[in-house]
Design a protein around this ligand. Sequence first.
Ligand code: NAD
Length: 258
Amino acid sequence: MGQTQNEEFQNKVCIITGGAGSIGMESAKLMYEAGARVMLVDQDRDSLEIAKTNFKDDGRIMVCEADVSDSAQTKDYITKTITKWDKIDILFANAGFSGTSAPITNYPDDIFDKVMAVNVRGSFLACKYALPEMNNKGSIIITSSIMGVTARPGSIAYITSKHAVIGLMRGVAKEAAPRNIRVNVLAPGPVDNAFQLEIEERASKASGTNVTEMLNNWISLGRHASPQEIANTAYFLASNKSSFSTGSVFMADGGMHI
Ligand code: NAD
């Protein structure tokens, strides 16, 4: 963990969904190290148990197993957070599901629905139920993707969902602005982690090309991001360093969109 204590994060309460995953965990480490209390939410119980081992047993980490697309389970992770820590300062709606690789004409209806449920409904529910419990001057970050501002063949559900959360973010940003709660989207490019590797292996098989190589040629900086690089952007958006930014899409994509 490279981050140092930061006065503004002392006792701040953060909820991170997809908190047992790669980007969520790296972001949690930064916020925890800076002094925050962090609730990790994930559907994967085993990963949550492993995640806990990254932190000291000092009462500043909680985990909650929940499916973010479910209203009752969303209320449950919010309730558990405020029961222990009273309020919420930072919401990082980051859980995501990539779906499958297929052209739209073959894309399975049920997988489309699941991608939308996790990525869009999950972010909607997180904002809906967290906002009333948030301190004024809080920060909401929603994870989109390079696929939220561009497209390529074969990922129609993921592309649709990651565009949709930008609309969600803009609507919530307008509604939350009177309370000085900022709402932004973090849009990573391809990350060197298991989530992305699985997509690339699937897409390489479907297209008969080396998609990892193709992406590295497409990304202006010529490489994938590390999860820590994406977490640094989440940390910036959670912090007062981004105090005049709301309603914005922050690309962390190595210049892939230009
Ligand atoms: P990851 O697989 O390591 O983490 C995602 C986490 O979300 C997992 O721990 C998973 O269990 C959890 N999750 C999935 N569905 C859930 C549900 N219904 N309820 C609760 N938890 C659920 O992948 P990551 O790379 O850390 O992805 C984090 C976010 O970043 C996702 O929204 C993803 O779409 C986005 N993203 C990733 C990349 C990349 O290259 N990895 C690029 C752009 C955007």
